[in-house]
Design a protein around this ligand. Structure first.
Ligand SMILES: Cc1cc2nc3c(=O)[nH]c(=O)nc-3n(C[C@H](O)[C@H](O)[C@H](O)COP(=O)(O)OP(=O)(O)OC[C@H]3O[C@@H](n4cnc5c(N)ncnc54)[C@H](O)[C@@H]3O)c2cc1C
Length: 295
């Protein structure tokens, strides 16, 4: 089923993001995680797309298996990194032949060590170009990535929004945000999208914090700010992973409650292939998930 059709039902969606494990054991673990999350009734799950041929193959295989074997709607991420148009088309054909209906086209990040993204010859330079390639050729429902605190490479928020509008106009059906920890950033961004004529469901990306060093490094890399109060709380228990996870889970649960109360179109959990925090948050918000979302 297309995620755009699920979103049309009016209820806020719940979705989980996974990455393809490196090993066979990792695959088994991931299927355990997905099965542990299945009773929560996610509307769909998504699988990230990495650099390198074998990881890419795994994304395609994984989305097909999740849909066929577990019966959850799934979406493949797909980046422009290192691929020509023909190579991208091959992956899309494969997804289509496997009955997949949802794709998240992305530009991707520059490879390690490179400061700038470089399109390969015959490839795509921006996600909007990839969207424009897919839209007239395939029937997929297409998602787009967006950044409440602006994409780290963007000169400023206005130009980032112009570029997002370009991607939306190329044929995106809904948006998923980068993770953020302060809902005020999300609401401001949603208002700015509306003012710019971006009239699509915007799904909020949520990541429960588990490790202080990891989240500091990661949030700096992606340009997401950690509110001082939250930072203070996790730093106070920095050496106790369990306590950090409790603070992180509680913060994410409060974020979700507030987002649902303010008509968010959906919640997308960056699970890092784990289920504990997501299940705990779900228990706290499940009673709020029936109300129609304001788009
Ligand atoms: C929900 C989500 C899922 C993700 N999944 C993955 C994944 O699976 N694999 C992975 O490798 N990465 C993933 N990423 C990270 C993503 O690849 C990076 O953030 C990447 O740097 C930007 O990708 P994009 O698709 O948003 O790029 P774009 O939309 O192309 O934007 C990239 C930058 O270029 C600018 N820009 C866009 N169009 C133009 C233009 N025409 N002219 C000038 N500037 C322009 C934008 O303002 C922005 O600064 C994900 C991010 C999110 C939010």
């Amino acid at each position: 089923m297309k995620i755009s059709d699920i979103l049309r039902s009016g209820k806020p969606t719940v979705s989980f993001e996974f990455f393809p494990p490196k090993t066979d054991e990792g695959f088994d673990d991931l299927f355990h995680t997905i099965k542990a999350l299945q009773p929560l009734g996610p509307d769909y799950v998504s699988v990230t797309y990495g650099a390198g041929g074998s990881t890419r193959r795994k994304t395609v295989d994984l989305v097909k298996r999740i849909k066929a074997e577990i019966g959850i709607e799934s979406m493949a991420h797909l980046t422009c990194v290192g691929s020509t148009q023909d190579e991208i088309a091959e992956i899309l054909e494969d997804l289509q032949a496997g009955g997949m209906e949802n794709v998240l086209p992305l530009r991707g990040d520059p490879p390690h060590g490179a400061s700038e993204f470089q399109a390969v010859e015959g490839g795509f330079g921006y996600a909007s170009e990839l969207v424009a390639f897919i839209r007239p050729r395939y029937q997929f429902c297409l998602a787009g990535a967006c950044y409440p605190e602006k994409h780290p490479e963007a000169v400023d928020a206005d130009r980032d929004l112009d570029n997002l509008k370009r991607k939306v106009d190329a044929g995106v059906d809904f948006l998923i945000t980068q993770l953020f920890f302060d809902n005020a950033d999300f609401y401001r961004f949603r208002d700015r999208c509306a003012a710019a004529g971006i009239d699509l469901p915007i799904i909020a990306g949520i990541m429960p914090i588990r490790n202080v060093k990891q989240i500091k490094r990661f949030s700096q890399m992606i340009g997401a700010s950690l509110p001082a109060g939250l930072l203070h709380k996790i730093e106070a228990v920095e050496d106790d992973e369990e306590a950090v996870a409790q603070v992180g889970t509680a913060h994410a649960a409060r974020q979700c409650e507030d987002l649902l109360a303010n008509g968010v179109a959906g919640l997308h959990f960056y699970t890092l292939n784990r289920s504990t925090a997501t299940r705990a948050i779900y228990q706290e918000i499940r009673h709020l998930l029936q109300a129609p979302a304001a788009r």
